[in-house]
Design a protein around this ligand. Structure first.
Ligand code: BJ8
Length: 431
């Protein structure tokens, strides 16, 4: 970190001792997993810097924004329309967490067999480890999976009434879409009341442009990963996607665009992070919130390369584009609502569009295999793995199903399974 932030953390009522411990562990993990990689693009230096200041400079920036009268809105899901938050001059921050710390605290409130992502966001708050939650004026939940929507009731108590929950339908029929369009309007009113700022057409168009450009460049990054040799590691691409949830969106897009230019050059020169012909893996399933780098680290440490994530920290976040040719607020709200209904989370039924996404990605990225990742106890993705397997087999490539949590206890077992999978691909696909 560039300076001592202890006073800032203490003012945010964090547990300084536990937080120091967390930062030390994270910094070690980052060095081992990220900095040790060879042949990384120069443009990753910006993202390394962002990570090194994840609880420092970025929090300072957010607190400055608050002093300037901006409200901070935390979210847990890619269905929450960021365009609306930016249109009322809010700061939008993703609050999902990807580490096990604090889960003992969380288990005092929720059952042990709850998914690690839920335990982590509760645990980080309860253990005094998350400066982002502390800066929020509003926290937006959604009725996606049962675990989340019930945990939000408790989180509302823990955060003294900061929660606001958007109702997300279970089906995408006419009624579901009408319900959702209404929810998006209700959210717009909520934001107007919170911030005291009225939505205007111009602000909505500007905000949509900012988010659209960030998604466009994330898509560009995704397309660049289809080349062989692949110009960037899956670990680095995952990190960029994770950072996109809390960095300033305009600065992020500028830096990502520079990185993509560099990757273009690498492709022209045939420079990759792994040799041409290295087995290419597509990951599909539950989201991997920062700092959950476990599966990518095992896969890339075993000699393969991850070329895509069919996940909310990945393609599901940026895959659907917004048609922003709207000419009134009403029309804009509807187009924004409709854009979000094009995200294909396993919380919907049926969810055949996700199967099409897996098929398209596997073909476009020339994947040699698909690893389906479900966080343990994440029922929607665990169950959908069945259909995912069928579609991947139809594409004609091998499929591996993994269920794991944030602990490091099963690292050895994971490594063994992934190595065996790669060996099988080596014989079946590459031979
Ligand atoms: S759109 S995936 S971000 S809900 S991992 S808490 S589903 S039990 S995070 Fe998600 Fe939105 Fe869907 Fe994406 Fe529940 Fe599963 Fe846990 Fe999950």
């Amino acid at each position: 970190m560039s300076k001592d932030y202890k006073k800032m953390w203490s003012d945010l009522e964090m547990n300084l001792e536990a937080h120091d411990g967390l930062l030390a562990v994270l910094s070690d993990a980052y060095k081992n997993i990220y900095v040790s990689q060879e042949n990384r693009p120069e443009g990753m230096k910006y993202f390394d810097f962002v990570i090194s200041e994840v609880h420092g400079l970025r929090i300072e920036e957010i607190l400055e924004a608050k002093k300037g009268g901006r409200k901070v809105i935390g979210t847990f899901c890619v269905y929450v329309p960021e365009e609306l938050i930016l249109a009322v001059d809010g700061v939008c921050i993703g609050l999902c967490a990807g580490a096990e710390v604090g889960s003992d605290e969380a288990e005092k409130y929720i059952p042990r067999n709850t998914c690690a992502l839920i335990k982590a966001f509760m645990g980080f708050k309860l253990a005094g480890l998350c400066p982002y939650v502390q800066t929020t004026d509003l926290i937006v939940g959604e009725t996606t999976c049962d675990g989340k929507k019930k945990a939000y009731e408790i989180f509302d108590e823990i955060t003294h009434g900061k929660m606001y929950v958007m109702e997300i339908p279970n089906k995408k029929g006419e009624d579901g879409i009408a319900l959702w369009r209404n929810e998006v309007k209700r959210f717009a009113y909520k934001l107007e009341n919170l911030t005291g700022k009225k939505l205007s057409l111009e602000k909505l168009q500007n905000a949509s442009k900012i988010v659209k450009e960030r998604r466009r460049d994330l898509r560009r990054l995704s397309l660049l990963r289809s080349f062989d040799p692949v110009p960037i590691s899956g670990l680095d691409a995952l990190l960029i996607n994770q950072v996109s949830f809390y960095d300033d969106p305009v600065r992020f897009t500028t830096k990502l665009s520079e990185l993509c230019d560099e990757l273009d050059e690498r492709i022209k020169q045939g420079t990759g992070v792994a040799e041409k012909g290295t087995p290419r893996m597509l990951i599909s399933g539950s989201p991997m919130a920062i700092p959950n780098w476990k599966l990518h680290a095992v896969i890339e440490g075993s000699g393969a390369v991850v070329v895509g994530e069919e996940s909310c920290v990945g393609e599901r976040n940026f895959g659907a584009a917004l048609d922003d040719g709207f000419s009134s607020i009403e029309e804009g709200l509807q187009m924004i609502a409709d854009r979000y209904m094009n995200i294909h989370c396993a919380c919907f039924t049926p969810n055949d569009e996700r199967m099409r996404d897996i098929e398209d990605m596997a073909k476009r990225l020339k994947a040699d295999g698909v690893i389906h990742y479900a966080i343990q106890f994440c029922t929607p993705y665990m169950v959908e793995a069945f259909k995912a397997k069928n579609i991947v087999e139809k594409v004609g490539i091998p499929f591996l199903r993994i269920e794991t949590d944030y602990s490091m206890e099963d690292m050895g077992q994971l490594k063994t399974r992934i190595e065996a999978f790669l060996e099988m691909i080596g014989k079946g696909v590459k031979a």
